[in-house]
Design a protein around this ligand. Structure first.
Ligand code: AMP
Ligand code: GLY
Length: 434
């Protein structure tokens, strides 16, 4: 690294961005850290600034004015919108793929076609931009069936249908504009069965460094009931992703993807997040995301022992050779506290007190939708609001510690799942009994 200490800007406002800021702020390379717009938690490790990520010229001007040497783009929308391209064009290192490569998340049909071209295991599919052929295709499929809006829909564009009527309704719902432009096309997919896992790889266009495994809990209710959410909790590592399955995923899914993207002249740089279904026939791709997961980033950052900044900068500059990341043998687990009503309607502005929580290296409360008010109070401003994140020798130990933390938080209007990590804890119990 030419310069030993430099200024860094993180874009985003979720728990993922607080976790990234928390880790980056510990870097020996971090001179001054900015977060835009940030939240009540990033304010404690970074300087929150107001910046509109859709105003590319404004972001470039901010970077120039504040001598920013690295921009870390947290969420998918600015990546799909080409912010990384604009920054790189102005010689500002940006972590995250350019618009062409971010299509891996920005268009489900794009990714399905790429899988077909490169022989990557995934669900059988049809891709449609008009209702009549979609209905005709659906009639020939087996149930259940999955219907997906093609574009970015904030995690809400996937409809799993148990009846043909529900499937036909889903097609009309998407084409009638429920997801706006994101529903101008749709994908109809075979329903896959198995356990899901999140797998993260750092990419520089050619090379891929596997990061770590995690498992998310997408449903709002205990025992995986109720509607899907952005994620109600996560843990890492996910032992179901054995070294053998990691190797198989690299060989059959990740490498062919990166090779195809590079061959097309749109190499993928940044973190590639593969949502996997571990089926009886081996790992299959459910979806790609072009960013860290939220809340998976929180558990990854808690376990990462190496300085993150050189790795992010190396990926941004297209050369990961020499980057080697070390992960704690400990497990990490995060519990999402959400506003009552989420993922439906919820109130904003309710008061939270974290005074009872004793944070240390084993317990960190990452903030998502919070705001630190000038009066000194903390208020809830979003659906997912806090991520109570703990480390332990086992997932069970991390879970106990995280729930003790949750119990110390005074927030009458919040709720959380009581069973985060249950699959892994079952596995740990079974191993203990052997
Ligand atoms: P996605 O946004 O594509 O990850 O989909 C959200 C969730 O829907 C996934 O995490 C799965 O739980 C489920 N899902 C998506 N596609 C399929 C599929 N083809 N088969 C079974 N479940 C799926
Ligand atoms: N945790 C799921 C996501 O980040 O998309």
């Amino acid at each position: 690294m030419t310069q030993t200490k430099f200024n860094i800007l993180v874009l985003g406002s979720g728990g993922r961005e607080h976790a990234l800021c928390w880790k980056i702020a510990q870097s020996q390379h971090c001179a001054h850290l900015f977060c835009a717009p940030g939240n009540g938690g990033t304010a404690s490790v970074a300087e929150n600034v107001v910046l509109d990520a859709t105003d590319h010229d404004g972001v470039v001007a901010f970077c120039r004015d504040h001598a920013i040497a690295l921009v870390v783009i947290g969420p998918e929308a600015p990546l799909v919108d080409g912010l990384a391209d604009t920054l790189q064009h102005h010689n500002i290192a940006a972590f995250g793929p350019g618009a062409a490569a971010a299509q891996l998340e920005g268009s489900k049909g794009f990714t399905k076609d790429l899988c077909a071209e490169a022989n990557i295991p995934t669900a059988a599919y049809g891709r449609f931009n008009a209702a009549a052929p979609a209905h005709a295709y659906l009639d020939k499929q087996a149930l259940p069936i999955v219907i997906k809006a093609d574009g970015l829909a904030a995690g809400k564009g996937v409809i799993i249908c148990d009846t043909m009527d529900a499937g036909h309704d889903a097609i009309d719902y998407i084409f009638d504009g429920a997801f706006g432009d994101a529903g101008a096309e749709l994908v109809i997919e075979e329903f896959m069965t198995g356990e899901e896992a999140s797998f993260f790889v750092l990419c520089d266009g050619t090379n891929a460094v596997p990061l770590a495994t995690a498992q998310d809990h997408k449903r709002v209710g205990d025992a995986d009931t109720g509607p899907n959410t952005g994620g109600m909790g996560a843990y890492s590592p996910a032992s179901i992703m054995t070294p053998q399955l990691v190797a198989q995923t690299m060989d059959t899914i990740i490498r062919p993807t990166l090779d195809t993207m590079a061959a097309r002249g749109t190499p993928y740089c940044g973190v590639l997040y593969a949502g996997l279904m571990l089926t009886p026939d081996g790992p299959k791709l459910v979806e790609y995301n072009c960013r860290f997961g939220d809340p998976e980033a929180q558990v990854l950052m808690m376990r990462l022992e190496t300085d993150l900044v050189p790795a992010l900068l190396a990926a941004a500059k297209g050369d990961l050779s020499g980057i080697d990341l070390t992960w704690s043998q400990d497990a990490a687990l995060t519990v999402v506290m959400a506003a009552r009503g989420y993922p439906g309607n919820y109130d904003k502005g309710t008061q939270i007190s974290l005074d009872g929580v004793n944070e240390d290296s084993q317990l960190v409360v990452f903030h998502a939708g919070t705001r630190a008010e000038t009066s000194g109070t903390l208020t809830a401003q979003g659906g997912r609001v806090l991520n109570v994140t703990a480390r332990g020798k086992t997932v069970a130990q991390a879970q106990t510690k995280a729930y003790v933390g949750c119990g110390k938080i005074d927030w009458a209007d919040g709720f959380y799942r009581k069973d985060i990590g249950w699959r892994e804890i079952e596995r740990e119990k079974n191993l203990g009994e052997k």
